[in-house]
Design a protein around this ligand. Sequence first.
Ligand code: LHQ
Length: 265
Amino acid sequence: MTQNATNFENIVYEMAAPGIARVTLNRPDALNAFTGPMLAELTEAFKQAGQVSEVRCLMVTGAGRAFCAGQDLRANPNAIKDLKNVLETTYRPMLAALEALKKPTIAMVNGVAAGAGFSLSLACDFRVASAKAKFVPAFGKIALVPDSGMSYYLPRLIGVSRALELVGTSRDLTGEEALAWGLANRVAPPEQLEEVTLAFANQLAQAAPLAYALTREMFHRTARLDLTGALTLEEEFQGQAGASEDFKEGLAAFEEKRPPKFKGK
Ligand code: LHQ
């Protein structure tokens, strides 16, 4: 894949390293705030990353000093009139494409992540935060409720009480606090952020793709199941994973005392 092969204007989509794709929100002058065209490009990039088997892990980050300031409150006044419609038609497809990826996704939070930008970081499987990062709920300050998936992801990650504290007080969370609260998986000094994220991405890219996708789905679905339901789901998905070529490769690698080479089949 060449850099921005799809002629994106608001994002950069490229391979950051073998097996690791990177999407960079690229409106640094507006702190990478979301516009309709940017959300459409993100949707397309996530779909492409899902379709290309060479992509084994996806990183999402922001150009310049911010990760993303959420909805652009200035660019298009119409976009902040019918909020229900904007969410349904522009944010939901982007979040659905990210969810449908079924590959490890890491938000590399290089700076402020506000409103729907904070939500996007939560919709990724992992967050690696710069020590300079700030997670800013933002919604409460403009009398809105959390959207773009925050109502789903945030209480699951940090519990209902802390989620309500953050949104109710509109308090920002630093990278270090995010780590302590279990919201970030790693925190790194700004100059080491990329190196730390790539090392983590590289580990994740070695995971057996089918088993990872099934595990991810199980962990999301079992939150709504009782034990019997969870055991049933495990049996079904283990049946699928156990029928894969990658399982055979895993067993062979174990016998031969070597690292496995998974192909996603
Ligand atoms: C911005 C923005 C921004 C435009 C900073 N837009 N220019 C979905 C569907 C439909 C509608 C509604 O909402 C949603 C979901 C949402 O995301 S709602 C939440 C929207 N986001 C916000 O309310 C965040 C507003 N921004 C801020 O609170 C601060 O700017 C943050 C905390 C992001 C950054 O603070 P600082 O680092 O101190 O930077 P700054 O405030 O000085 O901003 C730098 C520039 O960026 C400034 O422009 P200027 O011309 O004065 O230099 C800001 O106006 C601009 N900017 N966020 N969302």
